[in-house]
Design a protein around this ligand. Structure first.
Ligand SMILES: [Zn+2]
Length: 60
């Protein structure tokens, strides 16, 4: 799980802040896997965003 998802799970970042952070992360990451993860999250709705993070959390 990436740092951003971790922050959301811990309640230190809300979805609105995460959307903002995503733009920055997409522009700055040089890892292909991370980029795909960020782009995926950029495309989906807030509800799906939260669902995705909870799903990632339960897998770890
Ligand atoms: Zn993540």
């Amino acid at each position: 799980m990436c740092i951003m998802c971790m922050e959301i799970l811990k309640g230190r970042m809300n979805i609105k802040e995460a959307r903002h952070a995503l733009k920055e992360l997409v522009a700055t990451t040089d890892k292909k896997e991370e980029l795909e993860h960020y782009l995926e999250l950029s495309k989906i709705s807030d509800e799906d965003f939260i669902e995705e993070i909870e799903k990632l959390n339960s897998e770890e």
